[in-house]
Design a protein around this ligand. Sequence first.
Ligand SMILES: Cc1cc2nc3c(=O)[nH]c(=O)nc-3n(C[C@H](O)[C@H](O)[C@H](O)COP(=O)(O)OP(=O)(O)OC[C@H]3O[C@@H](n4cnc5c(N)ncnc54)[C@H](O)[C@@H]3O)c2cc1C
Length: 378
Amino acid sequence: MMDCIIVGGGVSGMFAAITAAGQGKKVLILEKNDCLGKKILITGNGRCNFTNEIVNPLYYSSEDNAKGHAFADKVLSECGNDKLLEMMSELGMSFYVREGYYYPKTDEAVTFRDTLINEINRLGIEVVYNYNLRSIKRTDNGFELSDKNNIYHGKKVILAMGGKAAPKTGSSGDAYYYLEGLGHKIIPPLPALTTLKTDYPTSLQGVNALADITLLIDDERIATEHGFIKYYKGMLSGIPIYQLSTRAAKAFNGKCKVEILVDFLADTNIDKAISRGLDERNALYQSINPKIVDAYYEEGNIQLFSSVKYEIIGYGDYNSAQCTSGGVDINEISPDTMESKVCPGLYITGELMDITGRCGGYNIQWAFSTGVIAGSNI
Ligand SMILES: Cc1cc2nc3c(=O)[nH]c(=O)nc-3n(C[C@H](O)[C@H](O)[C@H](O)COP(=O)(O)OP(=O)(O)OC[C@H]3O[C@@H](n4cnc5c(N)ncnc54)[C@H](O)[C@@H]3O)c2cc1C
């Protein structure tokens, strides 16, 4: 009988295991893949942006944002970016910060993953690979977990199985089914930090443009982001789009009118170009990608470049998404311990719960914080 079985050897599962084993607990990790931390390898474009200089509860969203912020505040006050940086230093990984984003000093995501694996090996934590959890049952003194071949018993269980984003890395939403069976409420999951589908002239394929980008839901301005919008394979992409996509996808799914308003004139010197006698089109060319100018130019109407509107007609699927919104209702999880309020002895970590961070290292930070809290409370 294990003190704790952790299902899922991704970010939160590995941190939970290291923390629990570090406190002398007998821990077993059950992992669907033939290796640990597969998703880490594709994070941050292969460089793993693992946290941020500024970690604020307001950067996390949930079905009920006020409750989500309060939950995130508790978790991050207990275990924030200082703790993550401290742990990675203690484990001997070097890192650097650029524009607030933290990366391993090697600039390789595999370094972050392997640092955790080295510690898992050092602590002698047992790992069973190619284990695809099929059932979880309560017993008199804990839990019984089984796949098609093997049964394991643990006094406590941490479900660290992730959401549905990037299913090729192993996280395909299996946990929702088991958790519903144990009495949990699942907020319907949706792709988050993803691309948005719209119609735009084909001449714009491949263009990147720096702009202010605003999300409109039913004509109401919801949020504005500054950065590069990318026109890619019939979708709008780029970090500002990812940041707005979580709310956009929810609203689109809720049958709201969703639009993206792009201000290409923000922070440009077009007025100066015109005051020097340049004609409108050439003045625009000095500040805005010529393909965008050519696609939308109307004589005498320069201002239209401050509000080019795209109606959103869909969003990128889980293969394009970096995260999952929705998941286990946070009202049913203790923010102090990550223990389920519905099923005592069961703990829930990481992306599996209904908390979604922005781009910028906030989701690995979340997986770390919730993993460490669960691992130290089992
Ligand atoms: C392309 C991409 C880029 C990203 N970049 C960043 C970034 O730079 N910074 C950042 O902060 N976040 C980033 N993220 C998000 C971040 O990687 C995740 O939020 C984080 O990994 C979630 O950790 P987790 O432990 O909850 O789940 P995961 O890391 O997904 O781990 C879940 C584990 O559970 C296992 N599992 C699932 N089902 C079963 C089962 N039935 N039986 C046994 N095991 C199972 C899976 O195989 C997997 O190993 C990115 C995500 C993607 C897809």
